[in-house]
Design a protein around this ligand. Structure first.
Ligand code: DGJ
Length: 713
């Protein structure tokens, strides 16, 4: 590490350049750290003017309040969102952070130390810009140098500011089986709060935002975007202040927060990633996807495309048996499936969701000889084996709960609210952490398991932790999640090659924090293909298709009682990481041959689909009857186009599709992925032709789909 730069540093300007973005901030005349510029990359020779605090606005808004600070302490009359709010042991609650020193570990990173003007509370701000995408990683380390403890009541990872302008804010909300709804609204004065108070990420809002300026749209204009890497209670606020500036602040959710920091202790915030695109919202999601693949995922920078899995949850429910699973495994292998996953029901006394969670021994009635015969069979069929677990939960009807009723989150003497007949183990406790790590480690040591589907089927209630002093009990919000991450990290280190899916009753735990330790996520328990189209669209705004699992399941689908063809269901799931969750026992020979053909075709385009650049040519959001999604490999060697029709009316045809992102001068050969010809369309043409002239797809009726590939010659 480079040596600390000595103060005073008023007028110092810090600058980070990466990708097509520049981020600059500096120390103003008061000693506050102030954002100066965040936008398109400027020339290295361009000077960014030093910081000068905003002026006072009459006697109501002080310079401290009006200045776009990088990390403002709550004090000195701050009415905007504070990055940090503390109570000192003597009752003082005023915190004013001024610049102290900085280091520049490398050209892409800066560490800045701030300190309260009187007290020994310091904050080290960490900045790192990705040279490829220009995405910033920002976080903070708060240290208590006071002799007495302090109570942290609010701690953000970072605050990002934008100058006054007309902006549109995009964000994702949902519910169980209805995740990934895209919302878009103008930013006006006041604050929009996106949050989870649930102890986990949640289905109801995802810690992601995108903000477009003026008339920015899918492919044009300026957009700023970001995502918080935290799987506990979180909050992002988007605030337009009294001078029309916009400030985005993200970090721990301050609701019920209260982290006691003893003398000499530190608290690390999560990382709040954020970036800039001059290619609209489409450009924003392409940058996020590229960055996540290269920098966030456990297999970064070159994650392997996901194996095509089979999982019988929707077909068999809890009724998993050795014979039944072996029969399904034979059928799955014949389709070209890579991985066979046994879902819920294999352990303890698990027949329904009433019992068994916590007892991670193999159920003898269902698997009299343990899992080994099934695992061997799966391997002999050329697939690897995956298993479902829900490690942080316990059913009251379990041996574990009977032995350790105190292990769950609870307030002594108060009711323990059950959801799905289960309680949440307090993973913040060391003994619970040891138990969870211990059983998972044993499972992986004793069995040839390539993959864990890690489920989490409820949110918190009564989040008490009475084994530690009262002043430390609220640390549960942080320590639970840190222990979750540390278990995942330790398992991966001890069992190299293990792959993990983050599932939480569908998409309840999808964020860049968990994605640092897990290879994929289950976006939703809703596998209805039409619903999935909009879910894929919302999901891929924030996360790459690589991590978005999508199963082909049975029709009619239980969610909407909708009947769709197998080919349609396949083509929907093929725009993500493909899996099969249908009851193969009911498939006809024709179904089997459709599946074989499409799985083979998928392998030919998978890398482009899940790791390429995504273009939402026609988004299904807002109820469009047509959808067209295109992916282009990073070297522009292959393009893939999916087209879907919900339900045509009045004979209206599919809009002409002009591709994007190909190399204009290169020649691309067109092939059909699924039996759909394009009369009058050349078999090969230049990228310019496909992008400028475009193609007409004759797709009419209800729930129709087509897919094409374009290979550079
Ligand atoms: C919820 C998951 O999202 C489903 O896929 C399935 O694994 C069930 N839990 C099992 O209980």
């Amino acid at each position: 590490m480079a040596a600390a730069v000595a103060e005073p540093a008023a007028k110092t300007v810090f600058r980070l350049d990466g990708g097509d973005a520049t981020y600059a901030f500096g120390v103003n005349e008061h000693g506050e750290l102030q954002q100066l510029y965040w936008g398109g990359r400027i020339a290295s020779t361009d000077a960014v003017a030093p910081a000068e605090a905003e002026r006072e606005w009459a006697s109501f808004d002080s310079p401290y309040n009006n200045t776009p600070q990088e990390y403002a302490g709550w004090g000195a009359g701050l009415f905007q969102e504070a990055a940090l709010k503390v109570t000192f042991a003597d009752g003082n609650r005023d915190l004013v952070l001024h610049y102290v020193a900085s280091t520049r570990p490398d050209v892409h990173s800066i560490e800045v130390k701030l300190k309260d003007i009187h007290r020994a509370v310091t904050v080290t701000l960490h900045y790192k810009i990705d040279p490829d995408t220009g995405i910033l990683a920002r976080s903070a380390t708060i240290e208590n140098g006071e002799p007495q403890p302090i109570l942290i009541e609010q701690a953000a990872a970072a605050a990002y500011s934008l100058p006054p302008a007309h902006y549109t804010h995009n964000y994702l909300t949902g519910r169980w089986a209805g995740e990934w709804t895209l919302n878009s609204e103008a930013i006006h004065g006041g604050e929009r709060v996106l949050e989870s108070r649930r102890g986990t990420t949640g289905h109801q809002a995802n810690p992601w935002f995108a903000i477009g300026k003026g008339d920015a749209d899918e492919e044009h204009g300026e957009a700023w975007f970001g995502a918080l890497a935290w799987s506990g209670s979180w909050r992002i606020t988007i605030e337009q202040d009294q001078l029309d500036k916009v400030r985005v602040t993200g970090g721990f959710n301050p609701f019920d927060f209260g982290y006691q920091l003893k003398s000499g202790e530190t608290l690390e915030t999560p990382v709040f990633y954020a970036g800039y695109s001059d290619r609209g919202f489409g450009g924003a999601s392409r940058l996020m996807a590229r960055f996540t693949l290269a920098e966030v995922l456990p297999q970064a920078p070159h994650p392997k495309p996901r194996p095509v899995i089979y999982n019988s949850w929707e077909a068999t429910g809890f009724d998993v048996t050795e014979a039944g699973q072996e029969a399904l495994a034979e059928k799955a292998a014949a389709l070209g499936i890579d991985r066979f996953v046994v879902d819920d029901g294999w352990f303890g006394q698990r027949k329904t969701d009433n019992a068994g969670l916590g007892d991670w021994y193999v159920n003898q009635q269902k698997f009299p000889n343990g899992l080994k015969p099934l695992i061997d069979k799966v391997h002999s069929l050329g697939m690897d084996f995956g298993l479902w677990v829900e490690p942080e939960m316990v059913n009251p009807d379990s041996d574990l709960y009977r032995k350790h009723p105190d292990w769950v989150l609870n307030f002594p003497g108060r009711p323990r609210t059950e959801e799905r007949n289960q309680l949440v183990l307090n993973l913040a406790r060391q003994d619970v952490r040891d138990y969870v790590f211990g059983f998972l480690d044993k499972l992986l040591t004793e069995n040839r398991i390539a993959f864990l589907k890690w489920d989490y089927n409820r949110n918190w209630s009564e989040p008490g932790w009475d084994q530690v002093p009262v002043a430390e009990q609220k640390q549960v919000y942080v320590k639970f999640i840190r222990n979750l991450y540390s278990i995942l990290a330790e398992l991966r280190a001890k069992h190299p090659g293990i792959e993990i899916e983050s599932c939480s009753g569908g998409g309840g735990r999808v964020d860049l924090g968990i994605l640092h330790y897990t290879d994929e996520v289950w976006p939703s328990d809703n596998t209805d293909p039409l619903d999935r189209l909009t879910q894929h669209d919302g999901f891929a705004r924030a996360y790459p298709a690589q991590v978005m699992l999508s199963w082909v399941t049975d029709s009619p689908h239980g969610m909407n009682n909708r009947t769709t063809s197998l080919a349609y269901r396949f083509l929907v799931s093929m725009e993500a990481s493909l899996g099969i969750g249908a009851n193969l026992d009911k498939w006809t020979e024709e179904d089997t041959s459709t599946a074989k053909r499409l799985i083979a075709a998928y392998h030919g385009v998978q890398k482009t689909v899940v790791q390429g650049d995504l273009y939402r040519l026609i988004s299904p959001a807002n109820g469009s009857e047509f959808t067209a999604t295109e992916m282009v490999s990073p070297d522009k060697g292959q393009g893939v186009l999916f087209a879907y029709v919900h339900s045509t009316q009045e004979g209206r045809g599919f809009p002409r599709v002009q591709l994007l992102g190909l190399e204009p001068a290169a020649t691309y050969a067109l092939s059909n992925i699924e039996g759909h010809t394009l009369p009058g369309t050349p078999a090969e043409a230049s990228g310019a032709w496909w992008m400028r002239h475009g193609i007409d797809i004759d797709l009419r009726g209800d729930f129709q789909a087509a897919a094409f590939r374009f290979d550079r010659k």
